[in-house]
Design a protein around this ligand. Structure first.
Ligand SMILES: C[S@@+](CC[C@H](N)C(=O)[O-])C[C@H]1O[C@@H](n2cnc3c(N)ncnc32)[C@H](O)[C@@H]1O
Length: 300
């Protein structure tokens, strides 16, 4: 069934028939990373796991059979994934062969983003210059800037995770993206306090202020991926009610119907924007539905 018809079909079954099946998959392919970000607990420097092509094929097929049609390749750093001659583009081709409509890759942009076949690329950028480097390591922003400029990919977006270090740099980051000829949008997520990173979490007051500021930026037309409805939901109580929209295949191969935030019992302090966006979709908020459909549009 084509993408155009699949969305209403999936929505009808979910909203009115009580089906709880994923529409999208987050698939972790390696925990190897070329950065050591302060807010992240996934990367490994010693106990490196890089899944085999065969394992990833099985995990993609499993997710597709559940009903998922969109996949995001995650890590670690997904651009580091290799098996003999194969690289991330072979995984993207495999996903399409299985039947996924679109593929995305989330990357730290420390390696060239040239001839990457994903439909869209999400580049993690946690502020401009020193703010980004304060979280991701010295020199990371300079490399990111160069690799974005040198990239030939037509559909690149950024993802900022707001925490105690960078929360005062949101406006600057949004304006940088807005002025950049190669970037389409910025998604704003808030820090989720995975074990060992609790000190980076915003206070409740800071959280509300940040969300209000982002809503104002969005209302004046800034290229923010989050919808106003989704941002407003993030100001209220966070529940995992609709998080089944994404299924996760973790780095150890565990298959979960929810993100690792739920596994760590962090739904009350969740900062992932998808929690708000999913709630807004399920409540038929037009701004969120339009934003979601635009994102899923195949650009490549
Ligand atoms: C784990 S990274 C892996 C992909 C790639 N290496 C990168 O940096 O984009 C995927 C995304 O998760 C985000 N992330 C990591 N820890 C987080 C946390 N505690 N709360 C919210 N987002 C987090 C990162 O900022 C990044 O955008």
């Amino acid at each position: 069934m084509k993408s155009f018809f699949y969305h209403p079909y999936w929505y009808f079954k979910t909203r009115f028939l009580g089906q709880k099946k994923p529409l999208q998959t987050v698939l972790f392919i390696t925990n190897e990373c070329n950065l050591e970000c302060k807010h992240c607990i996934i990367y490994e420097k010693e106990n490196i796991i890089s899944k085999s092509y065969a394992q990833i094929r099985e995990e993609l097929q499993y997710s597709f059979d559940l009903g998922s049609r969109f996949v995001d390749f995650e890590g670690g750093e997904p651009l580091l994934w290799r098996e003999n001659e194969k690289n991330i583009n072979d995984l993207i081709a495999l996903a399409h062969e299985i039947g996924f409509f679109t593929t995305t890759v989330t990357t730290n942009a420390q390696l060239p983003i040239v001839d990457l076949k994903a439909n869209s690329i999400w580049i993690s950028m946690d502020g401009i210059g020193e703010l980004h480097d304060a979280i991701r390591g010295k020199g990371a922003f300079e490399k990111l800037e160069k690799n974005i400029s040198d990239s030939n990919h037509p559909n690149m977006h950024t993802n900022m995770v707001v925490n105690k270090i960078n929360y005062q740099g949101i406006k600057e980051a949004v304006e940088w993206v807005e002025a950049h000829p190669k970037l389409k949008s910025i998604a704003i997520n808030l820090h989720t306090p995975f074990p060992g990173t609790e000190q980076l979490m915003l206070t409740p007051e800071q959280r509300l202020q940040v969300l209000d500021d982002v809503i104002q930026l969005k209302k004046r037309g800034a290229p923010i991926m989050n919808s106003v409805s989704g941002l407003k939901y993030m100001k209220g109580e966070i529940t995992d009610k609709y998080c089944f929209v994404s299924n996760f295949v973790q780095i150890d191969g565990t298959r979960t119907a929810e993100c690792s935030g739920k596994i760590f019992n962090l739904c009350d302090s969740c900062g992932f924007c998808m929690s708000g966006e999913m709630k807004a979709v399920m409540n038929l908020k037009p701004d969120t539905i339009i934003a979601g459909l635009k994102l899923r549009n195949k650009k490549k």
